[in-house]
Design a protein around this ligand. Structure first.
Ligand code: SAM
Ligand code: SF4
Length: 326
């Protein structure tokens, strides 16, 4: 529990800061990655997962960077599954998913995946992700994940004005076609280029209006208290749901249940933390489980009440999203 009475149930572990995409809102093309020896090993990640569960964590989300680039992703999933009974989820850009790898991860203990997709138009997708993948690759990855039972599968999209802000309804249409949940996340000042500015930001309210102009929505009213997303069903009864995650226009910090571990072993109580807790040094210094527990409890206690993006004193953290783990 933190000093504001929030109970921490979700641990997001970035297993790598590397990525094969360079999304405009996340990573600059010339981003520099951490040295390999700086990254936590599989054994270190599994140990932290075990200790976190003993302190009350119930869900672990593997993220990055792009987690599917990790050479030992299967070992990490298997290790966490053997050491804990937490729910294991993963967020991925889906460019490298195959039925075979998904089946292996599922058999090893992965429960579900969330997939990011920001455009359905090939040229735009290329411009936004600065990758050689296509929307078709991502949708094929999503279909493979569903076929392997990694469900419920969710899709995440970030709208940036001037890039893809006219695609809200098209992206929401994916929910209807595939019976999945499509969630729109407001663009946050966490890009490695520090180029975020309000003129590129699209509010959840504007996104919802754009979706509703084509597909009227009804509130589901079943959002969990700690959920980041406000969820809606289609008024015409079509399958799938649409969610709006509004960290900038309506922060949900009061109900936050998350703690983050960066790929290089720093604990960040908040996405926007400016202070990090160096767990890797302790792991490599022979600390006992009890000392690691105390360290995690202390770090959690410092979780700030809110991110304060709207405040004039707000300063973007040095670490971009890709190095924190979104
Ligand atoms: N590479 C994986 C992916 O893209 O799904 C996992 C890591 S990525 C950092 C996790 C999520 O963070 C993605 O859904 C991405 O869209 C989101 N994200 C990255 N930068 C963001 C930003 N500046 N504002 C809002 N969401 C962001
Ligand atoms: Fe890579 Fe995900 Fe960041 Fe895009 S959002 S650059 S896929 S880590």
């Amino acid at each position: 529990m933190d000093s504001h009475g929030r109970v921490i149930r979700d641990l997001r572990i970035s297993i790598t800061d590397r990525c094969n995409f360079r999304c405009v809102y996340c990573m600059e093309p010339d981003v520099r990655f951490a040295a390999r020896e700086a990254l936590l090993t599989t054994a270190e990640i599994v140990r932290v997962a075990r200790i976190a569960e003993s302190l009350g964590v119930r869900k672990i989300r593997l993220t990055g960077g792009e987690p599917t680039l990790h050479p030992d992703l299967t070992g990490i999933i298997a290790g966490i599954r053997a050491a804990t009974s937490v729910e294991i989820a993963m967020i991925t850009n889906a460019s490298l998913l195959t039925r075979r790898s998904l089946g292996e991860w599922k058999n090893t203990g992965l429960g579900r995946v969330t997939i990011s997709i920001d455009s359905l138009r090939e040229d735009r997708f290329a411009r936004m992700t600065r990758s050689t993948s296509s929307p078709g690759d991502v949708l094929a990855g999503m279909e493979a994940a569903i076929a392997e039972g990694l469900t419920p599968c969710k899709l995440n999209a970030v709208l940036i004005r001037g890039f893809n802000d006219d695609e809200a309804a098209d992206l929401a249409g994916l929910a209807r076609t595939y019976g999945v949940e499509v969630r729109f996340i407001e663009y946050m000042p966490l890009d490695s280029g520090h180029t975020w500015d309000a003129s590129k930001w699209v509010s959840a309210a504007e996104t919802r209006s754009a979706v509703e102009a084509r597909f009227p929505l009804v509130a589901c009213g079943d959002d969990e208290a700690s959920s980041t997303s406000r969820n809606f069903a289609f008024a015409d009864g079509a399958p799938g749901r649409v969610g709006f995650i509004a960290p900038v226009s309506s922060p949900f910090c009061g109900a936050c249940s998350r703690l983050r571990l960066t790929a290089d072993g720093k604990v960040r109580p908040c996405l926007f933390s400016t202070t990090e807790w160096d767990l890797r040094a302790m792991l490599r210094d022979g600390a006992s489980d009890e000392r690691l527990e105390a360290f995690l409890i202390d770090a959690t206690w410092t979780k700030q009440p809110g991110h304060g993006i709207a405040s004039p004193e707000f300063r973007q953290p040095e670490r971009p999203m890709s190095a924190i783990g979104g």
